[in-house]
Design a protein around this ligand. Structure first.
Ligand code: NOJ
Length: 488
């Protein structure tokens, strides 16, 4: 056999092996959901008393942050079309719908104790009641990136007074909706909120305070999470019987090669990206490797003290164990190796990890960071099991980004293959995964990618004032997986 023939046969074989789907069933109690977030779908940015969030404010001021100059002013217009959305969710057959509440609709000034906005309260009451009427469990994300601009004026997540404001807001939601909402996510993706928003310019408020802002933001955010969790536990849990969690994003980091240094870089990356948030919540305090490295590097850089803030003993105890399950947003895998080739001070220099990808991975055409690497999900779930003693894990997001078009076969294979690895993690590795949430129900405002990157099981026509919704092929495939409880 000629060399090129054997290469061809091997590559076909690899493809067949990698796409072989699991025939396991989803366990009886396993739940399926679909997710969205307020700024990405609601629109009605200035209706009924709502004020500007950091996204409204920044994108109005500087539309060029976004690739197509889009923004969330109208988005999917779900503020008006929520009934149609509920119908789509019901037809899909999911158990739950994960959506977020816009802080600026509830408290236009953002501040604790300020005047509550009744129209905003009513909107989410209608949504929650509408879901329940169709047998869909509501799961609420309390904060999905849309901080009131009025609080950002005062430093936002970098000012410790944010903690009282956030806890008051969270407490208000428990009071208003906790009789019907039993699943709460305090924060969506703290890494993106803090590192991307305060130390870089990837997300609002685009502060670019490298190596400093992200850590301060994360510190205040973790204290806010812990306090909100304890508030629920103390005041509401007994009567309402709900569950509270935090959702962090995680890549799976695979060592680039076989060397010890690549292996160490991959483990360090897991601790820096994911452990930064989950270590305090599950084990108490930041991962030791972060504390050591940032202390040492800060000293060398001539800072008076570590750029990584310190928790008090009381705070460590308060945050440790502040979860009823853990939320994981997982989309893709990266290869890790050692590197010091970064600006200082920065999170990246502190971590010392170079991130690359394998050129053979199937790449999303619209989200450059997104590759299809299904086995990464299984490895991630096993890492969580080992590292954190097998806590209940809910996949709170997973999905594929395409461009327009209803025949989304790449999303279909992504969905099938990721779920297949998930089934193996449950059945063969005994990972404690309790459910799966697909991102997203609808095409929506994909942050700096605007409307160019489409994540929806349902296509939305953003040129049509009606924002017409049309289910894609993947919608039918997910529907069938849910009803048959297996991959077909
Ligand atoms: C994570 C975020 O939570 C969500 O807002 C975003 O649209 C998706 N990932 C896709 O990038």
């Amino acid at each position: 056999m000629k060399f090129c023939e054997s290469v061809f046969i091997i590559s076909v074989f690899i493809q067949l092996v990698s796409t072989e789907l699991s025939s396991y069933n989803f366990p009886e109690n396993f739940v399926f959901g679909v997710a969205t977030a307020a700024y990405q779908i609601e629109g009605a940015f200035n209706e009924d008393g709502k004020t500007d969030s950091i996204w409204d404010y920044n994108l109005h001021k500087k539309p060029d942050w976004v690739i197509d100059q889009g923004n969330g002013d109208v988005a999917c217009d779900s503020y008006h079309k929520w009934e149609e959305d509920i119908q789509l969710i019901a037809n899909l057959g999911v158990d739950f719908y994960r959506f977020s509440i816009a802080w600026t609709r509830i408290f236009p000034s953002g501040y604790a104790g300020s005047k509550i906005n009744d129209a905003g309260v009513i909107y989410y009451n209608k949504l929650i009641d509408g879901l329940l009427a169709k047998g869909i469990t509501p799961m609420v994300t309390i904060y999905h990136w849309d901080l009131p601009q009025n609080l950002q004026r005062n430093g936002g997540w970098m000012n410790e007074t944010i903690v009282d404001n956030y806890v008051f807001y969270a407490r208000t939601l428990f009071e208003l909706y906790g009789d019907r909402v039993k699943h709460w996510i305090t924060f969506n993706e703290p890494f993106q909120i803090c590192e991307s928003g305060y130390s870089e310019t990837d997300l609002a408020p685009f502060l670019n305070d490298s190596g400093v802002g992200g850590y301060i933001c994360a510190h205040n955010l973790l204290i806010s999470h812990g306090r909100a969790y304890r508030e629920y536990e103390r005041t509401f849990k007994q009567n309402q019987g709900g569950k509270v969690a935090i959702t962090a994003h995680s890549f799976w980091f695979e060592p680039q090669g076989e060397s010890d240094s690549d292996r160490a870089a991959a483990e360090r990356a897991m601790q820096f990206w994911y452990g930064w948030f989950m270590h305090p919540v599950i084990k108490g305090n930041y991962p030791p490797i972060m504390i050591e490295r940032i202390d040492e590097i800060s000293q060398k850089e001539g800072f008076q003290k570590s750029r990584l803030p310190k928790f008090t003993e009381g705070q460590i105890e308060m945050i440790r164990g502040s979860f009823d399950f853990i939320g994981v947003n997982h989309y893709t895998t990266a290869l890790a190796s050692i590197s010091n080739n970064f600006n200082e001070p920065s999170f990246y220099f502190d971590g010392g990890v170079n991130r690359t990808e394998d050129s053979n991975w199937v790449k999303s055409s619209t989200s450059t960071w997104l590759n299809k690497v299904p086995w990464g999900l299984r490895k991630l779930l096993n890492w969580i099991k080992q590292e954190y003693n097998n806590p209940p894990v809910l996949i709170t997001e997973n999905g594929w980004s395409s461009s327009t078009g209803l025949e989304d076969s790449r999303r279909v294979s992504y969905l099938n293959e990721y779920l297949s690895e998930l089934l193996k993690a449950i059945h063969e590795d005994e990972c404690n995964v309790i459910g799966y949430t697909h991102w997203s129900l609808l095409d929506n405002f994909e942050w700096l990618k605007g409307y160019t990157a489409r994540f929806g099981l349902v296509e939305v026509d953003f040129n049509n004032p009606d924002r017409t919704r049309t289910p894609r092929k993947s919608y039918g495939v997910y529907q069938k997986i849910i009803s048959s409880r297996k991959i077909n």
